[in-house]
Design a protein around this ligand. Structure first.
Ligand SMILES: [Zn+2]
Length: 91
C-alpha cells in the first residue's frame, strides 16, 4: 500500500483513487472527418511504456476530482501529481 498525493487533499491511501488512463489525449479537431481506423486509434490506442508515464487519476473516495500524475509503470511509484493545467509538481 502506498500513499498518493491528491493535489487538493494531500497524501491518502491508494485505495481511495481510481485510474483514468493516459493523460493529455487531445480530442480530434475535426471528428467528423476521421476514418474508422483513426477513431479506433483515438478511443482505444494508448502508449504502454515500461517506465515514466503521464496518467489521469481521480480521488474517487475523497474530493472526487481528477488530476494528472506521472508514475513509473515498472515500480508503480508515483513521481509527481498536479492539478489539471498546473505545471507545479508534487509527490
Ligand atoms: Zn482529493
Amino acid at each position: 500500500m502506498q500513499l498518493i498525493h491528491c493535489p487538493w487533499c494531500g497524501p491518502r491511501e491508494e485505495v481511495e483513487f481510481h485510474y483514468g488512463g493516459q493523460a493529455d489525449i487531445a480530442y480530434p479537431e475535426r471528428p467528423a472527418e476521421l476514418s474508422d481506423q483513426e477513431w479506433a486509434e483515438y478511443v482505444f490506442y494508448r502508449d504502454n511504456p515500461k517506465g515514466t508515464f503521464a496518467e489521469r487519476w481521480s480521488h474517487s473516495a475523497g474530493c472526487r476530482r481528477w488530476f494528472n500524475a506521472v508514475r513509473d509503470t515498472h515500480t508503480y511509484r508515483f513521481l509527481s501529481t498536479a492539478k489539471p493545467r498546473q505545471k507545479e509538481v508534487r509527490v
